[in-house]
Design a protein. Sequence first.
Length: 318
Amino acid sequence: MIESRESAPVGFLISCLGALAHAPPMDEFGLESVRSLVEAALAEDVGAGDLTTQATVPMDRRGRASMIAREPLVVAGLSLAEIVWHRVSEELEFERQATDGSQVGAGAPLLRVSGPVGAILTGERVALNFLQRLSGIATLTRQYVEAVAGTGAVILDTRKTTPGLRGLEKYAVRCGGGENHRMGLYDALLIKDNHLAALRGEVANPIVEAVARVRRQFPGLSVEVETDSIEQVNEALEAGADRVLLDNMSLEQLRQAVGLTRGLAKTEASGGVNLQTVRSVAETGVNYISVGALTHSARAVDIDRKSTRLNSSHRIRS
């Protein structure tokens, strides 16, 4: 059963997030967001109480458990797992055995939690869900980053994230060595094909007009334009775009676009990129490659929870 209190102490939340100082910044996901997300996840899973644990585990039973990687992975989300367990019981104590952003092998210990056994059991599924999901994103991102190593291309994520988890999932991308494209519609200017379609019939050159309009309204922001042809690339350059998104272009088109934009704008390849093709895309000379699969298709990695107090093993299955 979750201890009766409004939320985990702010000091503990700050200390957990502060432990990420050695990892990619998590600034976009603040204390209130973390608190709300953890509360919602526990309410969904625990509700009014963990019936089975309440019935079977004595309240004074204490023990220790470790999170163990069951496959090679890149770690992300240890602080969040701690926050989940601490919300269940402030008596729980933690020992980090890995760091977010580190690559570990199968069998590597990640986190040790000690204290009331009932609290460990009650919080473990939610803690593992976060840890496995975020580490899965970090692991897949690292595979893409390693695939383009030496080309100079930067791997970016997209807005194709799980609703409500964007800040965390983009944090996991950074743990894997990728970079964030934009957090949302509010912090960057990207003129897409649908914006241009809305202007057709109204103006002679939608790209030039769209860039002019956003420049007037938001003069201090960088402007990116989505293009799907070399003709549109030239129009974006004429309009003075800072970055040109090259959508679903062939390798030859990408090379041509890179040649046209060199010294004038940055280039970003997007659309249909996977681990088998990303190296070839990077070798065309593009500056960035955005990959929606980092967040919408990453597999949750396999992490086990093993009890050490009774020298027994407990695999979380559901």
